[in-house]
Design a protein around this ligand. Sequence first.
Ligand SMILES: Cc1cc2nc3c(=O)[nH]c(=O)nc-3n(C[C@H](O)[C@H](O)[C@H](O)COP(=O)(O)OP(=O)(O)OC[C@H]3O[C@@H](n4cnc5c(N)ncnc54)[C@H](O)[C@@H]3O)c2cc1C
Length: 251
Amino acid sequence: MLLEADALFKIKLLERIDYSHDIAVFRFEKPKDFDYKPGQYATLAMEHEGKLVQRAYSMVSSPLDNDLEFIIEFVAGGSLTTIMANLKVGDTLYLRNQAKGIFYLDENYTRHLMVATVTGIAPYVSIIRTLEKKRDENQNHQIVLLHGASIASELCDYLKELDVIARKGWLEYVPTISRPWDEPEWAGETGRVEDLLRKYADGFNFNHENAVAYVCGHPQMILNAKSILLRARFKEEQIKQEAYFPLELQD
Ligand SMILES: Cc1cc2nc3c(=O)[nH]c(=O)nc-3n(C[C@H](O)[C@H](O)[C@H](O)COP(=O)(O)OP(=O)(O)OC[C@H]3O[C@@H](n4cnc5c(N)ncnc54)[C@H](O)[C@@H]3O)c2cc1C
């Protein structure tokens, strides 16, 4: 339902999966008039003490999916996520009717080097799901996706989903965790995602001459990854970025 006056849809929570104490995936009903490009973000809002609190969230879902999916980190003391943490299936929140952002696939390239911390995986999953659904359209995009988290549970079920797509040959998915001592059974990469950037970019031959890079999520990772990419001779305009919060406001 669209509330005409303020261009807000009211959307119902259909499913909620908690992956850790502060990471959850929410699936909402999608208003039929809400459209977006893979990689864009929505504005979600809730009322709190008579005021509308609204924040940006990248869609995880493909525009071709029936629902709207988001991965949300509950920030300690955060204005919106503290209320969102209490949402139950059947509850509603508001969605602004316009999707925003320009963090989508750069079609000038066919080789895409993508780097994410935890929730920063959202736009990439949207892009990859969409490419996967349109695979019969003879696309030749190749993606290397590095996904960093502290612990494996923060990678959510995207770990399995992306592993399955990666077997098809056009996606290399590299998850890494930075606290491996908590998870002796983890057999994948360890360490911060930016520390693996050169290893995988060079290993798969994704370089400044043939690829575009994308960095999304934690602002410190973005800063670190960008300086590594610039040293590897990527140009500024070859590096797309989506910082989820400002660096200077960190604790
Ligand atoms: C384009 C865009 C897309 C985004 N997509 C997502 C998404 O898919 N999933 C998601 O969870 N968030 C996403 N965010 C962040 C989101 O918009 C909010 O900033 C975040 O949820 C915190 O909102 P809050 O009201 O709870 O906290 P606030 O009250 O706004 O913030 C409290 C403090 O925490 C800091 N902060 C905000 N986020 C974090 C964080 N993750 N870790 C540590 N400190 C933080 C803020 O800078 C501030 O100092 C996105 C942001 C942008 C700009």
